[in-house]
Design a protein around this ligand. Structure first.
Ligand code: FE2
Length: 283
C-alpha cells in the first residue's frame, strides 16, 4: 500500500525538481565533492492545512500518552529541547535555531527519496534530510514511507544529544566514503537496528529510541513486551551480521547499554572502514 499524498500542495515543484536532480547525481560524484545543500528545499509553513495540523496534533498527543513511560530519557529530553509542540506541524527553521547551540545538527527539507550516497553526505555534514509532508488521517496508524512525523518527531529529538549527534555524523562519514559492498550492507543493518529500531537500557528498564518504534504505537508495545521478540545486548559485530526484513514487526532487536557504547563502537568501525577505503583523514 502506498500513501496517496499530493506533494505539490506542500512543495514547490520547480524547486523540488532541481533538488531531486542534484541528489540523483550524487552517486556519480566523488564523495568529497558532494554538496548536500543542493538537495534541500524550503518549507513554507503557510502551505499546511488545518487538517495537516490536526493529524499532527492527534498523533503527537496519542504517542506521548505512552512515550513518557516507553521512550529513552535522552529522546524525551531532546523532544523538549528542540521545542516540538502538539499544536502544529513543526517548522524546521525553528528547530534548527535550538539545535545549533546544542550540537550543530540541522534538519533540512528534501523533495523525497534520496539515493544512499546523498543521504550519507547529509549525515556526514550534520544535516538531517527530512520529508515535510504530513500523512493523511486514514494512514495515521501505518505509513509505508517517511513523513514529517516519522522524520522530525521520530528522529530529530536525538540530534540534540551530543553523544548521539557524534555517532550519527561518524556513521555518515563512514558510509559516505565506504566503497566496499560488504561494509555498505553491514552499515545499512547497523542503521536499521539502531537509528530506526534501537532499544536502550536506562535505570534497569528497556526503553525505545529508534524512530520506527518511537513513531509507531503498535510496534512500540510489541518491541517492549512481546514474547516473540529476541532482545539482544548490542554487539557491533552481531548487529552487522543480522539481516532484517522491512514489512512486519521486528523479531530481533538490539539493546544498548548507553549511547556512549554506540558512539565508541561506531568510532572503531569507522576507522576500520575508512582505513580500507583510504579515507581515514575524513574522521
Ligand atoms: Fe527513519
Amino acid at each position: 500500500m502506498r500513501a496517496d499524498i499530493n506533494y505539490s500542495d506542500i512543495i514547490d515543484s520547480d524547486e523540488a525538481r532541481i533538488a531531486q536532480a542534484a541528489a540523483d547525481a550524487a552517486p556519480h560524484q566523488l564523495s568529497a565533492d558532494i554538496d548536500p545543500s543542493k538537495f534541500f528545499i524550503t518549507q513554507d509553513s503557510s502551505k499546511y492545512t488545518q487538517e495537516n495540523h490536526d493529524v499532527w496534533r492527534i498523533m503527537y498527543t496519542e504517542r506521548m500518552k505512552t512515550l513518557d513511560a516507553q521512550a529513552s530519557d535522552v529522546f524525551l529530553r531532546g523532544l523538549n529541547q528542540i521545542g516540538l509542540v502538539p499544536e502544529h506541524v513543526p517548522y524546521v527553521a525553528d528547530i534548527n535555531r535550538r539545535l545549533q547551540d546544542l550540537t550543530g545538527w540541522e534538519s533540512h527539507p528534501v523533495p523525497g527519496y534520496l539515493p544512499a550516497k546523498a543521504f550519507f553526505a547529509c549525515l556526514a555534514h550534520r544535516r538531517f534530510p527530512t520529508t515535510i509532508t504530513m500523512r493523511p488521517r486514514e494512514l495515521m496508524n501505518y505509513l509505508p514511507e517517511p513523513d514529517i512525523f516519522h522524520d522530525v518527531f521520530g528522529h530529530v529529538p536525538l540530534h540534540a544529544d551530543p553523544v548521539f549527534a557524534e555517532f550519527l555524523q561518524t556513521y555518515g562519514k563512514a558510509a559516505l566514503h565506504c566503497e566496499d559492498p560488504y561494509h555498505i550492507e553491514r552499515l545499512a543493518r547497523l542503521f536499521w537496528f539502531t537509528v530506526e529500531f534501537g532499544l536502550i537500557r536506562e535505570q534497569g528498564e528497556t526503553k525505545l529510541y529508534g524512530s520506527g518504534l518511537i513513531s509507531s504505537i503498535g510496534e512500540s508495545f510489541h518491541a517492549l513486551e512481546s514474547d516473540h521478540v529476541d532482545r539482544r545486548p548490542f554487539d557491533m559485530e552481531l548487529v552487522c551480521d543480522t539481516p532484517f526484513e522491512i514489512d512486519h514487526y521486528q523479531p530481533i532487536l538490539y539493546v544498548l547499554d548507553s549511547f556512549e557504547q554506540l558512539r565508541d563502537a561506531m568510532n572503531s568501525y569507522a576507522e576500520q572502514v575508512l582505513e580500507e577505503s583510504g579515507a581515514l583523514e575524513v574522521l
